[in-house]
Design a protein around this ligand. Structure first.
Ligand code: SF4
Ligand code: MG
Length: 321
């Protein structure tokens, strides 16, 4: 299958200064991420908050500018693209946010909100109404609701509107950043099922960012686990959930409740807190919290390499290590 998106050595560094006269510190939020997203698949990105997964998603859409690397979308590196070319790219690459209410203009009716992207991309007037009505139907809303305002809708309905807006131009790739995290659990599965239905009907590809592993288990085909700006394991969902290899992935997964009561999963508690991304540990960034830490881990960063049909960055799995 063809890759729709290839991210190569993506880096995002920024400077933060805590206060007046303080030395700014450099935060390496995304540190050399490589990913391929195949047409029609859902790639889940998981990790604790602060691991760089949202920054990664925003860098791919260039809502924030990466410091280094390539973003090859539909065969072209879009990182050097100027405004007009990026505008065209956004027809095919859209974002769904965690809290759609923050991004839905309260002064506009739903119809105006959905019309905006059509105007911005020069869709002729006579086509707009049908597109809007079709999209409302796709996301499970009625066209009777078009005259209403965002605040008149429930959280789940607002996310449907957020999804509708992202779909107006029938994009190929949707980057969804915690799209169900703000919703009640019962509503979460409705929205996840909706996203899956839409994926099938519209041949969509998803990059699905979440801190919630059960959500990712529900929706993803493959999963990349991030820690302090780096991908530490990338595997098929089944392989990862059956047997995570990286110690950090093992600890994350040990916290996911199992549905089968006969299956016992030992909870692995990590020592220490997530280190600051502005002052990451030497060697393997996970070493101060890792129970399997060896001498080499303190000095040498493990490379992401193929192990048992997946990618893992850990010295435990190095062949001659
Ligand atoms: Fe633990 Fe070493 Fe593997 Fe890092 S490289 S996860 S410290 S065993
Ligand atoms: Mg986030």
């Amino acid at each position: 299958k063809t890759p729709l998106l290839e991210v190569r050595n993506l880096q995002k560094r920024f400077l933060t200064g805590k206060g007046w006269l303080q030395q700014p510190t450099c935060v390496h939020a995304v540190n050399g991420v490589n990913l391929t997203v195949t047409e029609g698949e859902t790639l889940g990105i998981v990790g604790e908050s602060g691991c760089g997964k949202s920054t990664l998603g925003r860098c791919i859409l260039r809502l924030i500018e990466p410091t280094e690397g390539e973003i090859v979308f539909q065969g072209r590196d879009i990182r050097p693209f100027k405004k007009a070319d990026m505008h065209q790219v956004r027809r095919n690459m859209q974002m769904v946010f965690q809290n759609p209410f923050d991004t839905l203009n309260p002064k506009l009716t739903i119809k105006s909100i959905l019309t905006e992207p059509l105007i911005a991309h020069g869709i002729p007037k006579e086509l707009r109404q049908a597109l809007i009505e079709d999209t409302m139907e796709l996301v499970g809303l009625s066209k009777k609701q078009l005259a209403r305002y965002a605040h008149e809708f429930s959280g789940g309905q607002r996310q449907r509107i957020g999804i509708a807006r992202a779909l107006m131009l029938r994009p190929k790739l949707i980057i969804a950043d915690e799209p169900v995290s703000a919703l009640d659990v019962s509503i979460q599965s409705q929205i996840l099922n909706l996203l899956q239905d839409l994926q099938e009907q519209l041949s969509l590809t998803y990059l699905f960012i979440s801190h919630d592993l059960s959500v990712v288990e529900h929706i993803a085909d493959r999963v990349a686990v991030m820690y302090l700006g780096e991908v530490i394991e990338l595997a098929n969902k089944e392989d990862l959930f059956a047997k995570p290899l990286h110690p950090y992935a093992q600890s994350l997964l040990s916290a996911v409740p199992v549905s089968d009561p006969d299956e016992k999963r030992e909870r692995i508690l990590l020592k220490g807190d997530l280190p600051s991304p502005s002052n990451p540990p030497s060697g393997c960034k996970f070493h101060p919290r890792c129970w399997a830490c060896m001498d080499i881990c303190k000095t040498t960063a493990p490379a992401l390499q193929e192990v048992e049909g997946r990618l893992v960055a850990c010295h435990l799995y190095e062949r001659n290590g």
